[in-house]
Design a protein around this ligand. Structure first.
Ligand code: SIN
Length: 520
């Protein structure tokens, strides 16, 4: 009997892959109900695709390369930009109601660092929600897809160097049982790492557990030092922080400090439309200096409630009227350029193990992702995985469900668990928008302590990802894109390359990293 393909994750990449694999048997394991707890559902802007008048694939490729600050893999981004229009059409077939212009053509809007209007949207800022609603509905109507909700995968099962399944436990931690799900192949689509930080736009589930699990199974990782901070999370002390989409700046909204200065103007020729890392650092400096940062949409947006309903309702929840008030903003951990290394077809370095979406590092984003390229990457590479797997797997359905016994004594690690709180604090303080050797070494020491104390496989996976971020950041002796060091403020041509490493290779550098700093 053919085993199913196991997909870990119920966000955009996981569900799109499952649909593209139909009618092959697929089991989707998701910690929360599918579509819930996925960063993709929260995406406001949309999907970048060169489908607007006058736009070209070359222009999309060039903008991505510039934003990615020297280390974008050109072959990967060209593939992604070229396949964008086909994937948008797939989404239309799944029922996504993308906005249209008066002639019925797809409407496109502008975002920072794009030289053309190329963001395909839904009702202004509701793309993520609308896309996920359509996909969830289609998945529910697809008999080859079995969805198991409420399970957190804790371990990849290996046999003779090949991934042959996963071990998962109930999300509530109420069940003592570890369930083994066998798969002909396993596809990871577990999302990013935002919740490793105190201020983030990501849902609680996005704390790097999948990436850590893959690392512990021996998978090769890439670019783990590159975390993207979105410049304009709404600064109202909420966790996760609500987002004020970059499309607002695309519409002409401007940034000011409490003294009324438009502080981005002297910092970059494109001011508010500079690459995301530049704007994030500009805002961070104002917040640190106690002047605060505020997004002024008052003249740029004509009908706020209609054009940006999500942001409008977030603001209203906190007593801010964006029609008459400026919106207080703060940078927030938003997207991870690092992750599980994959090739152009989503294949990882371990046989039988594939990955797509934010948990991967394909090389498409380099050191700093261009806005609205993330949903695009998720659909392009999950479809490529499905294409590659279709040549290997028959369509026979199967059930590889069995039960095992518990191996650890503490299953659940909530966002407010004291160790998680400590981890988030140290990551924000020392591995955030600005970094230096002393701070990062201190962070690494805390991370190692937390790892040693962990009795939970789930937390160990999370802390492993944090460790890889710290080690990669300490090892890169320059500033580039999302990795900004005050002790190495400039780009160094010698570092114009991606970081590729395994957990074992990263761990081998730790004694030197820690000792070097102790000696200084
Ligand atoms: C936003 O709406 O500003 C976020 C878009 C993105 O992260 O690509």
């Amino acid at each position: 009997m053919t085993k199913p393909i196991v997909i870990i994750g119920g966000g955009l990449a996981g569900l799109f892959c499952a649909l593209k694999l139909a009618p092959r048997a697929v089991t989707v394991l998701a910690a929360a109900p599918i579509g819930v707890g996925a960063s993709s559902t929260w995406a406001q802007a949309g999907i970048a695709a060169a489908v607007g008048p006058g736009d070209t694939i070359d222009s999309h490729v060039n903008d991505t390369i510039i934003a990615g600050d020297g280390i974008v893999d050109e072959k990967i981004i060209r593939t992604m930009a070229t396949e964008a229009s086909d994937r948008i059409h797939d989404l239309l077939e799944y029922g996504v109601p993308f906005d249209r212009d008066l002639e019925g053509k797809l409407a496109v809007s502008r975002e920072a660092a794009h030289s053309e209007s190329r963001i395909v949207r839904v009702k202004g800022d509701m793309a993520g929600r609308a896309i996920m609603q359509a996909l969830v509905k289609t998945v529910e109507q697809t008999p080859s897809i079995r969805v198991l909700e409420g399970y957190v995968v804790e371990q990849l099962m290996l046999e003779d160097g090949r991934v042959v399944g996963v071990a998962a436990r109930s999300e509530a931690g109420a069940s003592e049982e570890l369930h083994y799900v066998e798969g002909s192949n396993v596809v990871m689509a577990t999302g990013g790492v935002g919740h490793l930080y105190e201020v983030t736009t990501n849902p609680t589930e996005a704390r790097g557990g999948g990436i850590g699990m893959a690392a512990r199974a021996g998978a090769r990782l890439a670019d783990m030092e590159f975390v993207q901070f979105h410049p304009t999370a709404i600064n109202v002390g909420k966790d996760p922080a609500p987002l004020a989409t970059e499309a607002l700046r695309g519409h002409g909204a401007t940034l000011h400090n409490s003294a009324g200065e438009r502080f981005m103007v002297p910092l970059h020729k494109d001011a508010e439309l500079a690459p995301r890392d530049v704007v994030a650092r500009g805002i961070f400096a104002e917040v640190k200096a106690g002047r605060g940062a505020f997004l002024d949409c008052r003249t740029a947006v004509h009908d706020f409630a209609a054009e940006f309903p999500t942001v409008y309702s977030y603001c209203k929840d906190y007593g801010i009227d964006p029609v008459t008030d400026m919106i207080p903003v703060i940078p927030a951990a938003h997207y991870f350029m690092g992750g599980i290394w994959t090739d152009i077809n989503g294949r990882s370095s371990i046989p039988g193990f594939w990955a797509c979406g934010e948990c991967t590092s394909t090389g498409a984003h380099g050191a700093n992702r261009l806005a609205s390229n993330s949903l695009l990457e998720a659909v392009v590479f999950s479809a490529r995985i499905a294409d590659a797997l279709k040549t290997e797997i028959s369509a026979e359905p199967s059930n590889g469900w069995s039960k095992g016994s518990i191996e650890t004594d503490e299953h659940t690690i909530n966002a407010d668990h004291p160790n998680m709180t400590r981890l988030r604090k140290v990551m924000s303080k020392h591995l955030g928008v600005l970094r230096d050797e002393a701070g990062m070494s201190e962070a690494l020491r805390t991370i190692l302590e937390l790892e040693e104390q962990s009795h939970s496989q789930r937390f160990t996976n999370v802390v492993t990802t944090a460790k890889l971020i710290a080690v990669s950041a300490l090892n890169r002796l320059e500033s580039r894109g999302g990795h900004a060091r005050t002790d190495y403020p400039d780009e160094d041509p010698a570092w114009k390359r991606r970081t590729l490493l395994t957990l074992a290779q990263a761990e081998a550098t730790i004694p030197d990293l820690i000792n070097e700093h102790a000696e200084n």
